[in-house]
Design a protein around this ligand. Sequence first.
Ligand code: OGA
Ligand code: FE
Length: 295
Amino acid sequence: MNIEDEVESADAHISYLAPGSFVNRRFVAPGREVNTGSYETHRVRIRDGRSIRDHFTLDTHGFVVTDHRSAVRDFTDTGQIEAIYPAETAELVRRLTGADRVIVRGWMTRTSGDLEARQRQTVGYTHQGGVQPPAAEAHVDFTAETAERVARATYESEFPGEAPFRRFISSSLWRCYSEPPQDWPIAVCDARSVGPDEGTPNALVVVDEIPDPETMLGPLPAGRPPMTADVFRYNPAHRWWYFSAMHRDEALLLKFYDSGKGIARRVPHTAFRDRSFPEARVRESIEVRTLAYFL
Ligand code: OGA
Ligand code: FE
């Protein structure tokens, strides 16, 4: 018997891209994220990996959970996060991936609770490193093209003139710092259950305020190619996992893109409402994007 079949699970709804959704863009403003595409919910089984936590690996599933204590005491204090967390994250990602060099590319906190209260409470709020709601549709933050482009440009500007890297991994290091159990955990999809041709590009548009619907569907300003995510359509083969009762001394690393071949390459993920725990509390989390290079 496969140990993956002997776990608890939650039946939950996941939001997938609907058939015939043509203009797919994600507008992100401080405290709000709006997709122009149409989405539909599907009921899926989400396995709880808690009892077999150490079974999951980056190479096989595309995600891993590890014990890790951060020196950050207050994740609502932007200054404290900036001073401590990027360096800690780079070190942790280096250890988990075995990469030679890790570059941190920004962080974000999320709350399933009162966003405005959190924004007022946050010390040193800025557009970067702000507070957002959970991201509740099946997605991967970068398409392969965007990941390749960003990884090259970042490497050239961080290590000018140096020999090129052989391989890289783009990923999110995710931590929940509110008390368990949480109302809106994150679910991750086993990379082996996702086909290579799955995913529809969703262009990211960062704005100060969400514009009206007509503007959102109109022409985008010319210039640099947009950063593009992949959003996913329903596929009954998708094998979803979550880890119940995550806590602040634990971290989840999930791959957006691995340029290596023959291993897990990308992990669709989404927040979902977990109804298994009637006493569930607000979820507050922090995620850091990194690029890990192998020389
Ligand atoms: C991420 C992400 C969503 C969430 O870490 O890339 O999409 O709700 N997180 O935490
Ligand atoms: Fe994401």
